[in-house]
Design a protein around this ligand. Structure first.
Ligand code: SF4
Length: 308
């Protein structure tokens, strides 16, 4: 059996930064620190940080007075920031800088007198955070059909922004539908789309031409991991999302000659290695790497943690 590893795969710079923020906060301030929502959508990462003394909460009301609160990589609504201030909680913000950039774009467009259309998935924490950051009307669309249903006149001054875990390819048709319908609409340049999302998706597309089955290591609630699986399936390759080796059904992969293996942006490399080890139970494995983009993006840590 052959296994071809996608490149790039796994942790992006925003996830590396968020995890490091929790680790450094623990080192500097001691346990416990309180993280609002899963710092990134991965059970393994969350459990490892819990073992080091991080507590994960969904509401700031669960954080004891005076304790340090960390906002997750997905970002938060303005109301959450205000709640932290009211509760007197010192906050460390692990919002990915690329998510923060989308917030800034939205605020800028509203300042220019435009209503904002957000292309994204309802209910995702990043989408809730972005909608709660933009100080004006925000319309959430997920598809071309949603664009047709928008209850707005066609000459409304509009701007669009996108959820970061959607790639240029994902948003292309929705943006085209927006531009077809609305006469006064602007949006960010496509180079503003998250590099990590785009690179991981391009790598899966390349992988899908070479393999007869794709495994994506990632959590069920990880938007970008789900999208990687969908891209494999759309290319006609049976594709499965597994959290870790415990979810690998060897009977499902037994007959594959070449397996493509990748991981979502919040899945650590150790889980990929464990899946490879599990596959070795079926016999000798030839593991190779599909050449792809080598990423060197790094995001600056909050200054209060630079000395931790
Ligand atoms: S996928 Fe992109 S936007 Fe999301 S955390 Fe990673 S770098 Fe940031």
């Amino acid at each position: 059996m052959k296994v071809i590893l996608a490149q790039p795969r796994g942790f992006c710079a925003g996830v590396v930064r968020a995890v490091e923020i929790v680790e450094r906060a623990l080192a500097k301030y001691g346990a416990p620190v309180y993280v609002r929502h899963e710092i990134v959508h991965n059970g393994y990462v969350v459990e490892s940080l819990k073992a080091k003394g991080a507590h994960f909460v969904e509401n700031l009301s669960e954080v004891p007075r005076g304790a340090r609160a960390i906002f997750s990589a997905h970002g938060v609504a303005k109301s959450v920031e205000e709640e932290a201030a009211t509760l007197g909680l010192p906050v460390i913000d692990a919002t990915c800088p690329l998510v923060a950039k989308v917030h800034n774009q939205g605020e800028r467009y509203v300042g220019e007198g435009r209503s904002v259309v957000l292309i994204g998935h309802a209910g995702h924490p990043e989408v809730e955070g972005t909608m709660g950051r933009i100080p004006g009307p925000v319309y959430l669309v997920q598809s071309e059909a949603d664009v047709a249903r928008l209850d707005l006149s066609d000459d409304t001054p509009l701007a669009y922004v996108t959820q970061t875990t959607l790639s240029v390819d994902d948003t292309k048709s929705v943006i085209a539908a927006l531009k077809r319908r609305f006469t006064d609409i602007v949006g960010p340049e496509t180079k503003d789309i998250c590099y990590a999302t785009q690179n991981r998706q391009s790598a899966v597309r390349a992988l899908s031409r070479l393999v007869d089955l794709i495994l994506v290591v990632g959590a069920k609630n990880s938007s970008n991991s789900n999208r990687l699986r969908e891209i494999g399936a759309e290319a006609g390759v049976p594709s499965y999302l597994i959290a870790d080796r415990s979810e690998l059904d060897l009977n499902l992969v037994r007959d594959a000659r070449t397996i493509g293996l990748t991981a979502g942006a919040s899945a650590p490399e150790i889980l990929v290695h464990e899946v490879i080890e599990a596959l070795r139970q079926l016999g000798p494995l030839d593991v190779t790497l599909l050449p792809g983009v080598e990423e060197d993006v790094e995001f600056r840590l909050p200054s209060e943690l630079l000395d931790a």
